[in-house]
Design a protein around this ligand. Structure first.
Ligand code: UDP
Length: 479
């Protein structure tokens, strides 16, 4: 007799921005949809990872032995290349573990860097799904990639014309992804084809946040025409603050105690995700901009890196440390004492965004940060750095109306622009409108997740697909 309780295997690729939403998804599948859940955590460094995974002690978490790919790849290879190479090395371990599992796994969920595990899943008779830990707009672009008119792509790359995606906002060249700066590589196209051929596609969004793009991926020209399986908006999947009853405040981060002493919605939180880094010159402008804005702030700082906007991606919690003072403008810490707090390398973001004193967020527009901000009703200053963040920045400022976007001039955002953007969010009337919009979206996001809300129903449908597969596969043999 085969158990009809499906066993989902989750395989996030390296990077906190991939791991965190995948753990949260696992948690939802287990607690609300009665899946068995195993998460394979592929690490490039264990700093911060063990602390994070220990919070999910209800999930079966298996650490994949780490493999240092830096010795095999040329130093100038992209972050994406390093992620893919690391994932490739994890496959033999994954296979041997999955073969001996009881109950045998029925569903593999990967993020966009994990599709190279699909052949293995198919070998084992499992359903395959991709979890886009990003928005519907970028998901639509990725799904559409194998079918995109090559001439339009060429004109985008060479003449800087927009990219048109059925049912979605066109992508302006100034917001485009690095992959379109030259002809799209074969490997990327191959990965996009695997995504399109998956049994299901999950996206960390919901209808009210992205009405057009969500409609597009679900029905308007994309579903059925391009993808093999259904597309499920399942968001907003974000962490929430949860103090366990026996947890006292002894290990509470000092920044939260400082926030306790500040007036409501008076502090702007400044952070560029798990990997974001800036040049020393840009950090100085940001520091002076915060001073000029005359607003209270919490700033997560990392050692500057010239010409590398994601310089901490593989070593997130371990960068910044004691030399903080050295790279901030002279006297900055003294002048801002009592007004602002500088946190080296890593801060408890969820607790900060959920704190009543926090009233704004200067963010690099990583999708998790965006959702976490919205789900705490906090408006943003959008300061995109890399990957799809410029698209996100455009969407948040021009479409959704929850952010002000900063613009560079000569490769730098000057202090006056920093100060003006911060004040627009924290002081001006338009900031109030953005806050109200964020609060409205927070309620609609909660509704999507609640029992019988749209995202809850999506996960029910996925569970149903798995049950059907299990019933139809009683005699399956595993080689
Ligand atoms: N994060 C955090 N503390 C920090 C920086 C980041 O807790 O100091 C978390 C943040 O809450 C989010 C994730 O790390 O969940 C970063 O993901 P995001 O998609 O925003 O950006 P990425 O790091 O992938 O660029």
């Amino acid at each position: 007799m085969v158990s009809t309780k499906p066993h989902a295997i989750l395989l996030p690729s390296p990077g906190m921005g991939h791991l965190i939403p995948m753990l949260e998804l696992g948690n939802r599948l287990l607690t609300h949809h009665s899946f068995h859940v195993t998460v394979f955590v592929v690490t490039t460094t264990t700093s911060g990872i063990l602390k994070l995974t220990s919070k999910y002690d209800n999930l079966n978490i298996i650490l994949v032995p780490s493999h240092d790919v830096s010795t095999e790849l040329e130093p100038n290879r992209s972050v994406e290349d390093r992620i893919v190479s690391t994932m490739l090395h994890s496959l033999p371990f994954l296979r041997s573990q999955m073969l001996s599992m009881n109950p045998s796994p029925s569903l593999l969920i990967v993020d966009i860097f994990g599709v190279l595990a699909f052949p293995l899943a198919r070998d084992l008779g499992m359903l395959t799904s991709v979890f886009f830990t990003t928005n519907a707009w970028l998901s639509a672009l990725t799904i559409y990639l194998p079918f995109m008119d090559k001439e339009m792509q060429r004109r985008h790359t060479n003449n800087h014309e927009p990219l048109f995606i059925p049912g979605c906002q066109p992508v302006r060249f100034k917001d485009t992804l690095e992959v379109f700066l030259s002809p799209v590589e074969e490997d990327l196209l191959k990965a996009a084809k695997e995504i399109v051929a998956a049994d299901g596609i999950l996206i960390n969004t919901w209808q009210d946040l992205e009405p057009a793009a969500t409609k597009a991926v679900r029905e308007h020209g994309i579903l059925g025409r391009f993808t093999k399986g259904s597309v499920y908006p399942v968001g907003p999947i974000v962490r929430t603050v949860e103090l366990k009853p026996d947890q006292d405040h002894v290990d509470r981060h000092a920044v939260l105690n400082w926030l306790d002493r500040q007036p409501g919605e008076s502090v702007i939180y400044v952070s560029f995700g798990s990997g974001g880094t800036m040049s020393e010159g840009q950090m100085r402008e940001l520091a002076f901009g915060l001073e000029l804005s005359q607003q209270r702030f919490v700033w997560v700082v990392r050692a500057p890196k010239e010409g590398d906007a994601c310089g901490s991606f593989f070593d997130v919690t371990n960068n910044g440390g004691e030399e903080t003072v050295g790279y901030l403008p002279e006297g900055f810490l003294r002048r801002t004492e009592g007004v602002g707090v500088v946190v080296p390398a890593w801060a408890p973001q969820i607790e900060i965004l959920g704190h009543p004193a926090t009233g704004g967020f200067v963010t690099h527009c990583g999708w998790n940060s965006v959702l976490e901000s919205v789900m705490n009703g906090v408006p943003m200053v959008a300061w995109p750095l890399y990957a799809e963040q410029k698209m996100n920045g455009f969407m948040l400022s021009a479409e959704v109306g929850v952010a002000v976007r900063v613009e560079e001039e000569g490769g730098v955002v000057c202090r006056e622009r920093v100060a003006a953007a911060v004040r627009r969010v924290m002081v001006d009337e338009e900031g109030l409108a953005m806050r109200n919009k964020a609060k409205e979206l927070k309620v609609s996001g909660e509704n999507a997740l609640s029992k019988f809300g749209s995202s809850y129903k999506s996960l029910c449908e996925i569970r149903k697909d798995c049950e059907l597969r299990l019933l139809g596969c009683e005699g399956r043999s595993v080689s």
